[in-house]
Design a binder for this molecule. Structure first.
Ligand SMILES: Nc1ncnc2c1ncn2[C@@H]1O[C@H](COP(=O)(O)OP(=O)(O)OP(=O)(O)O)[C@@H](O)[C@H]1O
Ligand SMILES: Cc1ncc(COP(=O)(O)O)c(N)n1
Length: 277
């Protein structure tokens, strides 16, 4: 393990351990990369909901970024919950200052339980400062609707929204399908600025234990890119990783439970992810 790849997550802490920094670090560990972290906010959360958000101030974020940037060789990074415009601006500044590449932006806005994880007025900062630095931006359907200003109800409107999101300067976008209406499948749609597309479909698992699916998917993508894998192969592995994690729930908590980050290696992938033309 002499040359293990080093990665960074810039995200919020989930006290319940299913999403945020905790989901990212578990995913990184499973996929064999070394994880560093910049904490943007502490949340009081469990499977029943969110009861408090305590954002870091600008200096706390800047100093954490500096600690990473002056000592570690970061091969890929992801952002998650950033909460306000100050934190978004600091994150963007750090990414530029330390010359980090392979930047995955998960534009976290609303928790599954309905709590807002991004202030309304911070959406502009996200679009103007951060998305232009993104190698891949990974919105779910409601987030893609906010970023594009368009409603998504079928594959045609999804393609249109993806094109609008690329107009912010991001290199590629994946619109994730967890919030889609098909009861049998979830479909994730990828569009690169060079015109390449990839549609990944897998059986929809009917479970309440999907807390942190987006965090886990984007962390897996980050880990695979850090190891030098091509983008589309990395996306495929990320989709397989989250499919396994949802398929084998841990049944923890009385509410909206976490996924099983160990499942990909423990149980395998059953080849459930299909590429759709
Ligand atoms: N019930 C499900 N069955 C199978 N795959 C799912 C299910 N729900 C989500 N996924 C997959 O999980 C990944 C994350 O998608 P989703 O749209 O839920 O993101 P998200 O809303 O950002 O997640 P979160 O906010 O919970 O972190 C995608 O690959 C999606 O296809
Ligand atoms: C700190 C943090 N980051 C991200 C999420 C999104 O996850 P979900 O939509 O599953 O609640 C969250 N709930 N908490």
């Amino acid at each position: 393990m002499g040359n293990i790849k080093q990665v960074l997550t810039i995200a919020g802490s989930d006290s319940g351990g299913g999403a945020g920094i905790q989901a990212d670090i578990k995913t990184f560990q499973e996929l064999g990369v070394y994880s560093t972290s910049v904490i943007t906010a502490v949340t009081a959360q469990n499977t029943l909901g969110l009861t408090g958000i305590y954002p870091m101030d600008r200096t706390a974020v800047e100093k954490q970024l500096k600690a990473i940037g002056t000592d570690f060789q970061i091969s890929a990074l992801k952002t998650g919950m950033l909460f306000n415009a100050d934190i978004i601006e600091e994150a963007a500044r750090g990414i530029k200052k330390y010359g980090w590449q392979n930047v995955i932006v998960d534009p976290v806005m609303i928790a599954k339980g309905g709590a807002s994880l991004l202030q309304q007025e911070a959406v502009d900062a996200l679009m103007n400062c951060l998305l232009r630095l993104a190698t891949v931006v990974t919105p779910n359907i409601p987030e893609a609707e906010v970023l594009s200003g368009l409603e998504i109800h079928d594959s045609v409107s999804r393609l249109r929204a993806a094109k609008w999101i690329l107009a912010t300067g991001a290199e590629a976008v994946v619109i994730k399908g967890g919030h889609g209406t098909d009861t049998n499948f979830t479909e994730d749609f990828y569009l690169h600025r060079n015109g390449d597309t990839l549609t990944m479909r897998s059986p929809r698992i009917h479970t309440n234990h999907t807390h942190g699916t987006g965090c886990t998917f984007s962390a897996a993508l980050t880990a695979e890119l850090a190891k030098g894998n091509p983008l589309q192969k990395s996306l495929y592995t990320a989709k397989q990783f989250i499919q396994a994690a949802i398929s084998h729930p841990l049944n923890i908590g009385a509410g909206h439970g976490p996924t099983n980050h160990a499942a990909y290696h423990k149980f395998g992938t059953k080849e459930e992810v299909q590429l759709v033309q």
